[in-house]
Design a protein around this ligand. Structure first.
Ligand code: GUN
Length: 282
């Protein structure tokens, strides 16, 4: 039976250290890290994520601004807000929650955010820096996954690491971070042939495909570490990941639950990036 990786607990420990550092910096400089979060429209999941981000910010003692914009917002209005926040000295991090309503071009929005305030690490300047191993900000979810793997005491070096999913937010940067930790990395996706053959090789399996209960116990190597990035809502309203927890926990050595695994870590890494952005201005 697998040991559960408690994302809430790992997250809590990191946030306590962040809170302490924020207090110390405030004593010394009289300034706080500031994060601006923008949400456009009414996507229910995004609303929950954004509320959690704001709450976390306040808990660690950051300054926070939340912009709720209507679905009808134009690209000009959104870019004007970002431009203003880029120039605002109280704001060190800017996050525009994705997905945006269809009429808004996400790429334009990502490009508009000052790379020094891009705490999501989505701007090509930052994704490029991650690619060459010289990052300013680490992408939040993949960085959180790395911390969770680290919490098991496992050395990634030389391990077979398989990532299912190739999104810009998770799959691709996740593969880069595992590679930088000297893992042997394979990226799988919807066109991968013989998926089970590949996943069965994995000492570390990171699943970010967005399909409820997609990975089952028979696809997992005995003793593997299984990290479930998925967050899906079942028809009965319950949250579930991309991994079928019940069958997977019988095979894995460590596994993350949903909720309470990767989710809290993503926000913690966002706080970390905001703190980093703030410190660069001191
Ligand atoms: N939507 C889903 N995950 C994320 C994230 O990490 N950042 C932003 N901005 N939007 C998201």
């Amino acid at each position: 039976m697998a040991q559960i990786i408690n994302g809430k607990l790992v997250s809590q420990n990191v946030r306590e250290a962040q809170k302490k550092e924020t207090e110390e910096l405030f004593q010394k400089y009289g300034k706080k890290p500031g994060l601006a979060v923008i949400i456009v429209g009414e996507d229910p999941a995004s609303k929950v994520y954004v509320a959690n981000k704001e709450k976390a910010c306040i808990e660690v003692g950051f300054y926070s601004e939340l912009y709720r914009m209507p679905e009808s917002t134009t690209i000009e209005e959104l870019l004007a807000l970002i431009d203003r926040l880029n120039k605002d000295d109280k704001i060190h991090g800017i996050l525009c929650q994705l997905p945006l309503p269809k009429h808004l071009d996400e790429e334009k929005v990502i490009l508009a955010i000052d790379p020094n305030k891009d705490v999501d690490a989505f701007h090509p300047v930052n994704t490029g820096k991650i690619m060459i191993g010289n990052h300013s900000f680490l992408p939040c979810t993949p960085a959180g996954v790395m911390k969770l793997i680290e919490s098991t005491g496992t050395d990634i070096s030389g391990k077979e690491c398989v990532v299912i999913g190739r999104s810009n937010i998770v799959g691709k940067p996740q593969a880069m971070l595992l590679l930088q930790a000297n893992g042997t990395v394979t990226i799988c996706h919807s066109r991968t042939k013989n998926l089970k053959e590949v996943t069965k090789r994995a000492d570390i399996l990171v699943v970010a495909i967005g399909k409820a209960d997609f990975v089952t116990g028979d696809m997992i190597k005995e003793g593997a570490i299984v990290i479930d990035v998925g967050m899906n809502r079942r028809q009965d309203g319950k949250l579930t990941g991309d991994v079928d927890f019940e069958s997977a926990e019988k095979v894995a050595s460590y596994i993350t639950p949903v909720p309470g695994g990767v989710g809290p870590m993503t926000i913690t890494m966002l706080l970390q990036n905001t703190l980093t952005a703030f410190k660069q201005t001191l």
